[in-house]
Design a protein. Structure first.
Length: 256
């Protein structure tokens, strides 16, 4: 149901990196540190390779790194090194986006079930959530890495949806990766995304949101039903990616 700037919501599937926490620069940095440690030159070929393998799971990326490094390292050993770097940063430097906790609190108070669908391993995400007190909000964590999936496939979102048991049409997917958002949209979920994603990959209309605080929950009650409505403020604007309209660089969140 959509009316003006209000839509029904019964469940929420959240990505983690780049959506709830400001960790995408960290991922870029630790990958470069790993490759530099193993003397892989960061040239045009390497950077093109990193862009090409972006949708892959971390173990699959590490297998490809092993083919490029040629120092006897295996994909498995590189994966363990990378996970150790990521866990350290999760526990010592990564911070949630402003307003994330307030939005999760509002969802919890409204009785909206939430679940994580992430490309990162469950162990790393749990370490992050324990550091920042986020575990209590979520009914589970579905990891594409652990299930050997990618977000170009809908399976991870279906698995997450099964955990919270909500209808597709009123289940919102909060994502920053364009390939994840595109998959969710094709499967009739309600997609909400961050402009940290690559905007040129999104071929549909979207609403630019500057911060989590532009979203709030309203309860609708009648004689025979009650439901939660997700409302966004008038600070948001619609943009057409097809028309290549400019997106303010200060904006962070957009809603499709």
């Amino acid at each position: 149901m959509r009316e003006g700037n209000v839509m029904a919501i019964e469940g929420a599937i959240f990505d983690c990196d780049g959506t709830l926490v400001d960790s995408m620069p960290m991922w870029h940095e630790v990958v470069l540190r790993l490759l530099e440690k193993h003397n892989l030159e960061l040239n045009v070929h390497t950077r093109e390779l990193l862009n090409k393998i972006e949708p892959l799971s971390v173990p699959d990326k590490c297998d490809i790194f092993a083919e490029e490094i040629h120092d006897g390292s295996t994909g498995e050993s590189l994966f363990e090194e990378l996970c150790a770097l990521v866990r350290y940063e999760y526990e010592h430097s990564i911070q949630p986006y402003p307003g994330a906790r307030e939005l999760l609190d509002a969802f919890e108070q409204a009785g909206i079930p939430m679940v994580i669908a992430t490309s990162t391993g469950e162990a790393e995400v749990r370490a992050l959530f324990e550091t920042h007190g986020r575990s209590k909000y979520f009914s589970g964590i579905v990891s594409a890495e652990d299930l050997k999936l990618t977000k170009t496939e809908p399976t991870i979102y279906y698995r997450a949806q099964e955990i919270i048991g909500t209808p597709t049409k009123t289940t919102w997917v909060f994502e920053d990766a364009p390939f994840g958002l595109a998959t969710a949209r094709r499967r009739a979920f309600q997609p909400y995304a961050s402009t940290t994603g690559m905007m040129d990959a999104m071929k549909h209309f979207c609403m630019i949101m500057q911060r989590f605080s532009h979203l709030n929950i309203r309860m609708y009650r009648s004689s025979n039903c009650s439901r939660c409505l997700l409302r966004w403020t008038n600070g948001a604007r619609f943009f057409s990616i097809r028309k290549q309209e400019a997106v303010p660089r200060s904006s962070r969140w957009w809603i499709a």
